[in-house]
Design a protein around this ligand. Structure first.
Ligand code: THU
Length: 148
């Protein structure tokens, strides 16, 4: 799939953002290796902290449908009621979720400031030396240091 089509789908998803508090609409479109696309928008709550970013909405939709092979994500964001003008870089929490499920040397993050204008980063550029699943190791023999 062309990057521009993924940007278009992110712009479409942005229209569905639920953002009564920030009034900042974000959309994402996540492409799998099989060519399927999962769209996401940000979803806010009156108690603020349950808020879910557009990128994580897209990832959690895909993962909950059994997907595990991700190629790229397009992200767009900007104040409600106006076309996007600038890029919207993913927050640290979303970068960490990408790190959990994607190859950081391969996964492409497409940040668009409009349908005809975008920049592309690899995940390891956005999250250098990220902590991921391969960094979790266990001592052989099951040694633990519990003081019991
Ligand atoms: N937001 C996203 O959805 N993705 C980002 O990458 C940055 C921030 C949302 C969270 C919140 O609903 C609003 O944008 C303002 O922070």
């Amino acid at each position: 799939m062309e990057d521009q089509e993924l940007v278009r789908l992110a712009l479409e998803a942005r229209e569905r953002a639920y953002v009564p508090y920030s009034k900042f609409q974000v959309g994402a479109a996540l492409l799998t290796g099989a060519g399927r696309v999962y769209q996401g928008c940000n979803i806010e709550c009156a108690s603020y902290s349950p808020t879910n970013c557009a990128e994580r909405t897209a990832f959690f939709k895909a993962i909950s449908e059994g997907e595990s092979d991700f190629v790229a994500i397009a992200v767009v964001g900007g104040p409600s009621g106006a076309p996007v003008k600038r890029i919207c870089p993913p927050c640290g929490v979303c970068r960490q979720v990408m790190r959990e499920f994607c190859d950081p040397t391969d996964f492409r993050v497409i940040l668009a400031s409009g349908l005809n204008d975008w920049v592309v980063y690899r995940l390891d550029e956005l999250l250098p030396l990220g902590f991921g699943p391969e960094n979790m190791y266990k001592e052989k023999g099951g040694t633990n240091h519990a003081h019991v």
